[in-house]
Design a binder for this molecule. Structure first.
Ligand SMILES: [Zn+2]
Length: 174
């Protein structure tokens, strides 16, 4: 019974890391979007390849699975009983690499925020994320002065009623 559960959890975890577009990442992205942040995904140029990057704030966000990245104290931070030594080495190796990447990023002048998978499942996650980013960036607003709703939605500043002319003609109606 115990083994079956462990196996089930392992495959569940693996299914979640296979693609880069995991559910927790989607939750974080949609929260950031609603909060008005502009971001890029999977920056290959940066150490540890952060899942989400907010260039304007020089902020890197890692969305970590609790099992694979060792979320201490979390109920999902389990160690399989079969092949225990292998798993301990592997998982602790992951966590050590994470710490190294974060140190390197900070040395390069980046702010780093780690979001744990279990946090994304909780109510009020978006507000929590908002507070953490605000704390990390020193309460810097998501966008600069003069960058309001129009900027956020990807449109140029235009007077009301002329919106449709801002994008390429015919684009919106197609
Ligand atoms: Zn967790």
């Amino acid at each position: 019974m115990r083994d079956r559960l462990t196996k089930a959890r392992r495959s569940w975890n693996m299914s979640r890391i296979r693609g880069k577009d995991t559910m927790p990442e989607r939750v974080v992205r949609s929260a950031l979007h609603r909060l008005g942040y502009r971001f890029r995904l999977h920056s290959r140029k940066l150490p540890g390849r952060p899942d989400i990057v907010l260039p304007r704030h020089r902020l890197a966000v890692f969305v970590h699975g609790c099992f694979w990245h060792r979320h201490r104290g979390c109920r999902n931070c389990t160690t399989p009983t079969n092949n225990r030594r292998f798993w301990v080495a592997k998982l602790e190796g992951n966590a050590a690499r994470d710490r190294m990447h974060m140190r390197t990023l900070r040395k390069l002048g980046w702010r780093v925020v780690v979001v744990w998978e279990c946090e994304t499942e909780k109510k009020g996650f978006a507000q929590q994320l908002k507070r953490r980013i605000a704390k990390s960036t020193g309460n810097r607003p998501p966008l600069g002065r003069g960058q309001g709703v129009a900027q956020r939605s990807g449109l140029r500043q235009v007077s009301p009623g002329r919106r449709s002319q801002t994008s390429q003609p015919g684009h919106e109606s197609s």
